[in-house]
Design a protein around this ligand. Sequence first.
Ligand SMILES: [Zn+2]
Length: 128
Amino acid sequence: MKARVRATDDLWFEIEGDQEDEVFKQIARVQEIFQHKGCGACHGTNIKFICRLDSSSNDWLEVGCKTCRAKLVFGRTKKGGLIFPKIKWDQLSEKQQEQRANEKSYADKNRGYLPDNGWYIYRPKEQG
Ligand SMILES: [Zn+2]
C-alpha cells in the first residue's frame, strides 16, 4: 500500500507499508513532524526548517518563522530517538522551562499545552 502525504505546499512524502496500521503511523508522523501550516505566534506562512549544532555538537531541530523569528523546538524520545515538536510544558528541558517561565501559568490552565502551539520568541534575559 502506497500513499502520498502532503505536509505543506512544497513538501510531499511518499510512504509505503504492508499494513494499514503502518501507513497510518507514517501519515501520523508526517503530520506531527512536518505539517506546519504557519507560525503559531504571528500566523505567517514564511517558515523554514532549521538544524543547528551547539558547542557540544548536539544537533537542534527547529521550525522558525522568518517574519517574527518565533520558533518551534523539537525534542527526541529517549527510546528510539524519534523527534517530536515540543508543544507541552513537560516536554521542555529544565533550561527551556527557565527561559520560558512566563508560559507556565498558561500551560497550567491549558492541560499542559504551551501558548501559540509551542512557538515562542526567544528573548535573552538581561544580565544583572
Ligand atoms: Zn511568526
